[in-house]
Design a protein around this ligand. Sequence first.
Ligand code: ZN
Ligand code: ZN
Length: 276
Amino acid sequence: MTTAQTVGTEYDVRIRRADRLSLEYSFASEFLNFYKHVAAFQKTLRARIASSSGMKSSGTHAAEIRDPLDLTVLLPHFRGFLSTIEQRAPVALRGAVREMSLLPSDSWMASLEAYWEHGGKYDQQIGAFAQFLARSFLQPYAEFRAALTPKPPVVTTMRVCPLCGARPLLGVLRPEGDGGKRFLLCSFCSQEWEFRRIFCSTCGEEEEGKLPVYVAEQLPHIRVETCNTCKFYLRTVDLTKDGHAIPLVDDLAAVPLTLWAHEHGYSRLQPNLLGT
Ligand SMILES: [Zn+2]
Ligand SMILES: [Zn+2]
């Protein structure tokens, strides 16, 4: 199987998982059905990025993730992206898409470049919808660059992504021995890095009594790992409970956990693509 096919499969897995979860969790089906269209667009875009940079980069060294965007590759796809999103987006997002599509391409470039420089670092202040377009359009590009970047040595308490400097979107517990090993999943380039199990990824609190974990009955494989010192929480997808979960997608289904956390005074450092 070639790399392009493997990557295509990765997006297909996300789409299938969204399909399955949208049947199971009716409260999230609008978001998940919309996400399927986003992921289908991302799959095509990722294949185009791979084929055009394959032609260009033979013989050159691997790029750093946040090196300048190649807008000659990306920009020709942006209008098509906007119209896909406008047709499929939840009402709350449609107006923002229409506004963006009326702007000149200089503004598109400025918005994409700003996200490329700052995305994943202070997203909570910006809000999920405000950066949805740049983030979802550039996610395949960030994942593409990340795949080409050599992994740095493992340091287990890095609170930001060792590859791109963004903050974590999620925790992921992967089965190991009798328990689970915790990883953090990057909100910008979707790579994972190993992280200590009892340690707040926001403020560094390590006293277990100050780090209570909550699990809702409806979503037994998703943990809300709170910190009573900084009042932030990290959502962690527990693959020891559900080995079929796809963290990036299962997180989108966890709408009730966002409401719960908000009611209990905890904030999420990095919102997901849809702000749930
Ligand atoms: Zn990253
Ligand atoms: Zn904390």
